[in-house]
Design a protein. Sequence first.
Length: 211
Amino acid sequence: MLEFIGYSLKIGNKELIKNLNIKFRDSVISHLGGSNGVGKSCFAKSCINILDYEGEIKASSEPVVIGSYSNVPSDLRLNNLYVFLKSKYENKYVEWLFFMLGLDTIPKSFRIKNMSDGQKQKMKLLTFLASKPRVIILDEFTNAIDKKSTLDIYDFLIKYVEQEGVTCVNISHNLSDIEHMSGRYYYMEEKTIKEVDSKEEIIKTYIRGGR
């Protein structure tokens, strides 16, 4: 569960969100759209206290944000990270994530910096999900990765969110995310976030550039 009560967000003198009251549900992917510059990434960062906000955020556990600014040490080899995560977190769970993400097809001697962008995103998922977070926020996670990796990640997220019963907010302007992953749909504009009735409606909203 991820709930915002009387939540407001301001960056400098710019008010991005004012008095928001909304709740994102468990076991479903909540897609959050909005035009460029509206403040979607700032919204995500405020959920992990990188940016200050007013009001209250209630969550099932400490939210985890996975985006371009979420880093995994690039000099590590796949096997080094895998062994470390198994030693720190639940061994069987990390193994399950590893195989669910298809990381067993990558040579374990590979350094992360030499992987494709799609493989690096899978490594981020392995790393940030190993601790079993109950609230996950993806920030433009599928941008600029190859089609096969994107489809693999879609398949993984659909199964993961449903099976683990987590709250997942997917911040994205990639319409492919919406096409391939069912869920609930939200749009950020005019200093608030509102639910959109259907997949078709949010796609039309993007095409129009707003509601």
